[in-house]
Write a protein that binds this ligand. Sequence first.
Ligand SMILES: C[S@@+](CC[C@H](N)C(=O)[O-])C[C@H]1O[C@@H](n2cnc3c(N)ncnc32)[C@H](O)[C@@H]1O
Length: 279
Amino acid sequence: MNLDPILFLQPARVVDPDSWVGHIAFAHYLVKLIRPRLIVELGAHSGNSASAFAHAQTYLDIEGQTHAIDSWEGDSQATFYGGHIYEDFLEFSRLNFNGRLILKKGYFQDKLADYDDESINLVHIDGCHSYDNVKADYESWLPKLAPNGVMLFHDTTVTQNAFGVHRYWSEIAPEFPHFELPDSHGLGVLMPKGVANAQLQEFADNGLPSELLYFLSMRRTELMNYIATNRQAEIILKKLGPDLERPLSGQIDKASDRLFDMIKAHGENKNWIQKLLKL
Ligand SMILES: C[S@@+](CC[C@H](N)C(=O)[O-])C[C@H]1O[C@@H](n2cnc3c(N)ncnc32)[C@H](O)[C@@H]1O
């Protein structure tokens, strides 16, 4: 298959935790496929996934918004974290996606009334991952999904730590057109109110082509390496103590920017990659 150029779009935000970074390129592509005016995410944490959706909407000039709903308290599986996560993501969204990416602080159930029935084109379920929570999130948000809309389920391949998405996914998926991405803990793509176009129907009929899966897994590895390098740099800086941390942190930031540029350069090598995949 020919890889769509949007798969090479540089991510807007790549931060810890890294569980979603392997889906960023696919998220960009999905937004191109369905051109969603309204995207609602249940569970945003530090913002990797919500930023990918908003970034693609912006890049593709789609008139619309991404709403990220989260209590920003954490939960027993994502761990409970402090207020700095929200503050940092809020600042990022203001600087980069003002008016496009809306952070809605609160519990999912309390935000339902903000949306008309059949008004949301893409719902991403990534809150608490127990069987009962995922089922409740799906059932309560399904009426809000527009005709031909898409529901995403993250963590469909995780079987430990009381994660029950895999069990709920195995029950619900066979009822509707669907496909699944295996990497980054699994992402289920469900189309319970009709299939928007022929490309998605093709994926539902035959799964994702191996060339695309291979490409996505290469993209994932790059971004995971980037996060791991930043993480190591932070650990080293902390160990050096405040006197050395200040003068060195500027250099580390520069190195980190260079790494991000390399990822961008990879995008610019797309013709070469296209050829390689066709061999
Ligand atoms: C796995 S994290 C989301 C990860 C995120 N999508 C990413 O790109 O990394 C789950 C988030 O859901 C939030 N959460 C869980 N249950 C919630 C609920 N009922 N209402 C609001 N937020 C909730 C937690 O605060 C946590 O930040």
